[in-house]
Design a protein around this ligand. Structure first.
Ligand SMILES: Nc1nc2c(ncn2[C@@H]2O[C@H](COP(=O)(O)OP(=O)(O)OP(=O)(O)O)[C@@H](O)[C@H]2O)c(=O)[nH]1
Length: 465
């Protein structure tokens, strides 16, 4: 027993034992202090412990020291210190006052790694949450930028998306002090992106690497050079940090951070951090893309990319409410192609599809960008004209469409004429509710068709619904 007690047990502890006076002057620290705080005991004896505290935690630490000095046992106070190398140490303290010696005796337990794990888990959670809470991809990118910015310098931050079908990169999110967002480009045009995305590995280019490999990293094309060179008068980035965004289905793109100053330099630690969050970022972007695709499919016709019936009815409802409020007119053109079935029967369904796409295009060319052209299904289209002042406005637009169909359609070399029958219904004259108005326009179209087709007819009824 005697031989055991001769060991200095305090020296063996992983936690640091500290003894400080009332004014926080250090009178003793155990050897573990150096491992945790970076200072050897003889470097801090006689110094004030409070001077090592992170400035943001100083007030709370002083308060806790006072409580301990008043005789209260402190078992779990946490605060941060600035280590000798400038890094931050998170400490959990157990402390008590020794009245006989008039000192505070404290044991410092290093929880820096646990804090780092906790904050990374919080980041991972925040990214995953963002995929659900943000409204669209742009909002998600902004959110990811903010989250990454909480981990490392991210003044210059870009999301590059890779399209494997045409081997090209686009930059849907690009915040940079010196550069506008680059135009979409072939992946091969920028060796850095190509290495990150094809190689699937994080790439950190420091000033040395950027100089040494200047030729290797120089973007191949003029467009890519313009996209990556700094603005006139400004220097190129000193640091370039790119991490691939990988999913199970292959590479999605890359996150790229650039720094133009030494203060914003990136280290291998930053590289690790970015790599760590990249899987979650990729999953969040992939989820959002999928959601937007599904949303688009639910609202747009897949053949013509025009709004479908559901989206059209939503827009009509909104437009009617606006017209009611602002006491303006609103017109609906119901368009059905004449003898479209014959196109399918004689030229095949694929040609019929192509014709429907060309018809959609032509209808769009006949109206203003603010008007809505939608495909209700089959060969039925509808046009919503807002803000017209008179009934003539609607018939003029309908006649313009009729005239446009006077030109034949070019279906991969085959020239084809097709004519429409058009019915017109006007709010408030022919109804105040979307299904009513649509029904009247449909009836008017039917009368046009029965009358031989290729004509415009305004709904007959003149009653409010
Ligand atoms: N190619 C193609 N055909 C379609 C599509 N959807 C519906 N159709 C066809 O479009 C035709 C529409 O029917 P109708 O409007 O009665 O045919 P129509 O020959 O135009 O008759 P009228 O309107 O009376 O002149 C049907 O033959 C459908 O099979 C599509 O997405 N692509």
């Amino acid at each position: 027993m005697q031989s055991i007690s001769s060991f200095n047990l305090v020296d063996l502890l992983l936690d640091a034992v500290c003894v400080v006076q009332v004014d926080s002057t250090i009178v003793f620290v155990s050897p573990a202090f150096e491992r945790i705080f970076g200072y050897a005991p003889d470097e801090v004896i006689g110094k004030r412990m409070l001077d090592l505290v992170h400035p943001d935690d100083l007030a709370a630490t002083q308060h806790q020291a006072q409580i301990v000095t008043q005789g209260e046992l402190q078992l779990q106070f946490e605060n941060r210190y600035v280590r000798k190398d400038g890094s931050i140490a998170h400490i959990r303290w157990t402390a008590r006052w020794l009245p006989d010696m008039q000192v505070r005796l404290a044991v410092a337990h290093d929880i820096t790694e646990r804090k780092a794990t906790e904050s990374m888990q919080a980041v991972i959670y925040a990214i995953s949450e963002a995929a659900h809470t943000t409204h669209n991809l742009q909002a998600l990118f902004l959110h990811i930028h903010q989250i990454v910015g909480g981990l490392l310098p991210a003044t210059n931050f870009a999301v590059a998306l890779y399209d494997p079908h045409d081997d090209r990169l686009s930059f849907p999110y690009h915040v940079n002090e010196h550069l506008p967002a680059p135009e979409p480009m072939a992946l091969a045009e920028d060796a850095r992106y190509a290495e990150v995305i094809r190689g699937g590995a994080t790439l950190l280019l420091t000033p040395d690497a950027l100089v040494a490999k200047a030729t290797h990293w120089r973007p191949a094309s003029h467009a890519a050079q313009a996209a990556t060179a700094a603005a006139p008068g400004a220097q190129g980035p000193l640091y370039w940090l790119g991490v691939p965004l990988q999913t199970q289905r292959g590479p999605l793109g890359a996150l790229v951070l650039q720094s133009y100053t030494e203060q914003g330099r990136y280290t291998d630690k930053d590289k690790e951090l970015l790599q760590f969050v990249s899987t979650q970022v990729a999953a969040a972007i992939e989820r959002k893309q999928m959601y937007e695709r599904l949303e688009h499919m639910a609202q747009y016709d897949q053949l013509t990319h025009l709004p479908n019936r559901q989206l059209f009815l939503d827009r009509l409802k909104t437009a009617l409410a606006r017209a009611r409020r602002e006491q303006t007119l609103l017109s609906l053109l119901f368009i059905d192609l004449d003898r479209f079935k014959e196109v399918n029967d004689t030229l095949g369904h694929a040609m019929g599809d192509l014709l429907l796409q060309r018809v959609a295009q032509r209808l769009l060319e006949c109206v203003r960008a603010s008007d809505t052209v939608a495909r209700l299904g089959g060969d039925e289209f509808v046009v919503l004209l807002e803000g017209g002042q008179a009934r003539e406005h609607a018939t003029t637009a309908a006649n313009k469409i009729l005239a446009a169909f006077g030109q034949d359609f070019d279906l991969e070399g085959q020239r084809l004429y097709i004519q429409p029958s058009i019915g017109v219904a006007i709010y408030p004259e022919h109804g105040g509710e979307e299904h009513h108005l649509l029904g009247h326009a449909d009836e008017a179209m039917y009368l046009s068709k029965r009358n031989g087709g290729n004509q415009v007819r305004v709904a007959l009824v003149s009653q409010h619904s």
